[in-house]
Design a binder for this molecule. Structure first.
Ligand code: DC
Length: 217
């Protein structure tokens, strides 16, 4: 079974995807990691982030192992990692270079310990539209920019990252703008996606809704 979860930054996709994968024993692919890995590698190797050609080369040479190793860097999930990921993800050549690696994961999905899984949960922006257009269940999880900024601000605080709520909100809005207006794979729900607005829902309420959708399927 393939389940895709798309939506804007900090809408709660990751929490939900991890919960579904552990409940059903499915593998989990956080596809934002491929863009974070390319963006961070560009930064660490001193490449010009505004060069699509350079970013394409980095993307072509990215392996799953390399991505996992870059994910341990402190900036991978920090503000710099998010910004660079958003920039390189707007390059069509980078998206094209990273597509097969993401699609291949569903052919033989594995859990973190390397054992085989009977299903996979993808989380990202285009997983229901481009990566897995034939997914069994497509979810689009969203929330207002203010609610998402509040969540990300709290997450940063708990990780000791110093950024004001206003700065976080500004970045969320800028990221939404870039993700939704880019020419290649703009953020939008697949026509057959189920849209869930989590602005006024607890994590438990969202999970309950989604468990029902999966059970019905
Ligand atoms: O979900 P995230 O914050 O880790 O994503 C980082 C960036 O990568 C974000 O700006 C959008 C982009 N992204 C994308 O374009 N397509 C995906 N499937 C996943 C993430």
């Amino acid at each position: 079974m393939i389940i895709t979860i798309d939506g804007p930054a900090s809408a709660g996709k990751g929490t939900l995807a991890k919960e579904i994968s552990s409940t059903y024993g499915f593998a989990y692919f956080d596809t934002g990691m491929v863009y974070r890995a390319v963006g961070l590698e560009m930064f660490l190797s001193g490449k010009d982030i505004s060069s699509e050609q350079e970013a394409e080369k980095v993307a072509q040479n990215l392996s799953f192992q390399k991505m996992m190793s870059l994910s341990k860097h402190p900036e991978f999930r920090g503000p710099l990692g998010g910004k660079n990921a958003s920039i390189v993800s707007a390059y069509p050549k980078v998206r094209a270079a990273l597509l097969k690696m993401q699609q291949d994961f569903a052919l033989s999905p594995v859990l973190a310990d390397g054992s085989k899984a009977s299903g996979v949960v993808y989380d990202g922006r285009d997983t229901g539209t481009i990566v897995c257009p034939n997914a069994d269940i497509k979810l689009f999880i969203t929330a207002s920019p203010e609610v998402r900024a509040e969540r990300r601000y709290k997450e940063f605080q708990s990780r000791g990252i110093n950024q004001s709520y206003e700065e976080v909100l500004k970045e969320i809005k800028a990221r939404d703008e870039r993700d939704m207006t880019r020419s290649s794979a703009p953020l939008k729900p697949a026509p057959d996606a189920i849209i869930i607005d989590t602005s006024n829902l607890s994590i438990e309420e969202v999970q309950k809704k989604v468990n029902k959708i999966i059970a019905e399927h």
